[in-house]
Each structure stands twice: as structure tokens, then as C-alpha cells.
Design a protein around this ligand. Structure first.
Ligand SMILES: [Cu+2]
Length: 227
């Protein structure tokens, strides 16, 4: 999870998130360079007398400052599209887990494991143990395997929700009447937190997502109930 006053993105746990972070850094570098250049030009215009009132046109310069931004936009668009299509790739998943959004909790269905179904509610502050994260802990975590491609089927039973785990690079809308799918391959075991990312009603802030990623061997032993 993010630590207090964190500015950047959370550490990646899946290859897709690594790509997204690299793309963020790439774009951020371009934006910073442009910002500093514009700031420098503005400050020199304001503080120096390097202005000619006789020049009315400068074809060469105008050609350059039209083509250069176009090239920069292409340099941003191409890697962006590449990641967009990578995130859509389904990659022959080994497991399918269904997540259903409700006002205001999530239901998980393990269809590959005899139809195991359970609800995942946020833990009220009164029930928290020392060290627990307020407004983020749930009573039943969704347990997922690492180092195996997993498919999440995401839908909703009432209003729009969004199933999100930032460290896995996942954010998929839960839409009533539709079944969205997304895949990920987690690389590290651990407990990862997310929150519903669609303004879904009064208790929108109180339907967190907690994924417990465990090694495949332990996952394959069958349902492991954790708290
Ligand atoms: Cu929601």
C-alpha cells in the first residue's frame, strides 16, 4: 500500500504495473523538460530586452515548433498504445475468479474450486487489531496465487463500482448487466490493498479490496481461510 504523503506510484507487483511505471516516468520526463523550457523562455522574455519588434514572421522557426510537438506526441502515444493493448491481453489464464460489487461490499466466487463464494466487508474500526489499517482491512480477503496468470471477472449487482489494486496495475469497472474481464500475473507474495474507484454511493469509501497473494503451491492446497 501507499505510505503517508507518498508522491509517486506504489511499487509494482505485476509486469503490467512495471510497464505503467516506466511509461509514467517517460511521460513525466517529457512534461518536465517542456515545463522548464517554457518557464525559461517566459522568464527571459520578462527579464531581458531580447525582443525584436521588426520581425513579423519566421517561417523556419514556425515549422520547427509545429513539427517538434507532433513528434513528441507520437513518442508519447506509441508506448501508451502498446501498454493499452498489453493490458487487454488475456494470456491463457490458469484460474478464474469472479468479483461482484455491491453497495457496499465485494463478493468473490472461486468457480474453479467448487463454487466457493464469500463476501468481503470492511472491518469497522472497533474490530481492528493493533497494526491494522483503518478503512482498508476487510473481514475476508481475496486469496490469489502468484506466478500464475489469473483472470478476474468483474461485475456488479447494483450500481457502478470499480475493482482496483494499484500495485497490480488493475482497475476494472464493475458494471451491472455486464461482465468485464482482466488478467494479471503477480510476481511477489504479500497483502495488497485497493479501494472501489467508482463513486458508487454513500459508503463508496468503505468497500476496500484486500488481496492476499500466496505462492501457487499453497494456493493449490485448496481454500485457505485467513483473517
Ligand atoms: Cu463501489
Amino acid at each position: 500500500m501507499a505510505h503517508p504523503v507518498q508522491l509517486g506510484l506504489q511499487d509494482a507487483t505485476s509486469p503490467i504495473m512495471e510497464e505503467l511505471i516506466a511509461f509514467h516516468d517517460h511521460t513525466f520526463m517529457i512534461v518536465s523538460l517542456i515545463s522548464f523550457l517554457v518557464l525559461y523562455v517566459l522568464s527571459s522574455v520578462l527579464t531581458t530586452k531580447l525582443i525584436s519588434t521588426n520581425i513579423t514572421d519566421a517561417q523556419e522557426m514556425e515549422t520547427i515548433w509545429t513539427i517538434l510537438p507532433a513528434i513528441i506526441l507520437v513518442l508519447i502515444a506509441l508506448p501508451s498504445l502498446r501498454i493499452l493493448y498489453l493490458t487487454d491481453e488475456i494470456n491463457n489464464p490458469s484460474f478464474t475468479i469472479k468479483s461482484i460489487g455491491h453497495q457496499w461490499y465485494w463478493t468473490y466466487e472461486y468457480t474453479d474450486y467448487g463454487g466457493l463464494i464469500f463476501n468481503s466487508y470492511m472491518l469497522p474500526s472497533l474490530f481492528l487489531n493493533p497494526g491494522d489499517l483503518r478503512l482498508l482491512e476487510v473481514d475476508n480477503r481475496v486469496v490469489l496465487p502468484i506466478e500464475a496468470p489469473v483472470r478476474m471477472m468483474i461485475t456488479s449487482q447494483d450500481v457502478l463500482h470499480s475493482w482496483t489494486i494499484p500495485t497490480l496495475g488493475l482497475k476494472t469497472d464493475a458494471i451491472p448487466g455486464r461482465l468485464n474481464q482482466t488478467t494479471f500475473t503477480a510476481m511477489r507474495p504479500g497483502v495488497y490493498y485497493g479501494q472501489c474507484s467508482e463513486i458508487c454511493g454513500a459508503n463508496h469509501s468503505f468497500m476496500p479490496i484486500v488481496a492476499e497473494l500466496i505462492p501457487l503451491k499453497i494456493f493449490e492446497m485448496g481454500p485457505v481461510f485467513t483473517l
